[in-house]
Design a protein around this ligand. Structure first.
Ligand SMILES: [Zn+2]
Length: 262
């Protein structure tokens, strides 16, 4: 590096340190500002939802004994129909956060979710981890799936859930302000994807549930429905929660949002 280039670089470093210092003493931005400029790079979902209560939701009203069951990562040809059968039998409506990729593979199953009265939200195109992607790419993940779902369902969905629940504040801002979504997390993680025993799913849910809870489960590809603990446990989960006085609603009903735009 030449002397001149070194000096130029030093000046750039000094300027960026100075600007960095300014940012550090800047007040935390308000959640209701018209054009917030997020600068919290690594917040947990609970912190993001606290900072942006109109953008991101982990649960509904704590004073109403309602819960929303959510099933992520479908549609698939075995789990999703098995889950739909149970929901129909139990007269429960749930919310499915689907990927664009799976929706293209199994359009009839996606359509069946809708026809049977359940709600459908955007869960990215191919389940990428947003924390590892630049904004330009996460925008593509959201928009591609948005187009697919709009085409297949006839409406633009308005509920988005990030894969793994991972997203930055900048991504949250992009998904809400640019793409027109509300971001939905959860406050009850059934950890069903790694459960071998259906009973452990029931226990995990009952230990965390509260009025207004959003319960995370999965519609993952399996060879046979009887091998899948989510499916095995679902009737027991529903009946146990009913025994405790809970009723089941979709995410948009729980949060009083519109699940689809025109
Ligand atoms: Zn997922």
């Amino acid at each position: 590096m030449s002397r001149n280039a070194f000096r130029k670089r030093s000046i750039r470093v000094m300027i960026s340190l100075f600007l960095g210092g300014l940012l550090m003493v800047a007040p935390a931005h308000s959640t209701s500002a018209a054009q917030p400029s997020p600068h919290h790079p690594d917040l947990k979902p609970t912190q993001l939802a606290q900072l942006h209560p109109d953008w991101m939701f982990l649960h509904g009203d704590r004073s109403i004994r309602e819960v929303a069951l959510t099933f992520d990562d479908g549609p698939d040809p075995i789990s999703t129909p098995a889950i739909l059968e149970i929901l129909k039998k139990e007269r429960v409506h749930a919310t499915f956060f689907v990927t664009g990729k799976q929706s293209l593979r199994y359009p009839q199953i996606l359509k069946r979710i809708q026809t049977e009265g359940h709600e459908i939200g955007n869960h990215s195109y191919d389940h990428a981890n947003f924390k590892k992607l630049p904004l330009s790419q996460t925008q593509g993940e959201v928009e591609q799936t948005d187009r697919i779902l709009k085409e297949m369902l006839g409406h633009k969905p308005t509920l988005f859930r990030a894969p793994y629940g991972n997203l930055s504040e900048d991504q949250l801002q992009q998904i809400v302000l640019r793409e027109g979504y509300k971001v939905i997390g959860w406050d009850v993680d059934s950890i069903d994807w790694k459960a071998k025993n259906p009973n452990s799913i029931v226990q995990t849910i009952l230990a965390q549930v509260h009025p207004g809870s959003i319960i995370l489960e999965h519609s993952l590809p399996v060879k046979e429905a009887k091998q899948n603990a989510t499916i095995q446990s679902l009737p027991v989960v529903i009946r146990s929660l009913r025994d405790q006085g809970y009723t089941f609603v979709t995410v948009s009903q729980l949060l009083q949002l519109d699940p689809y735009a025109d």
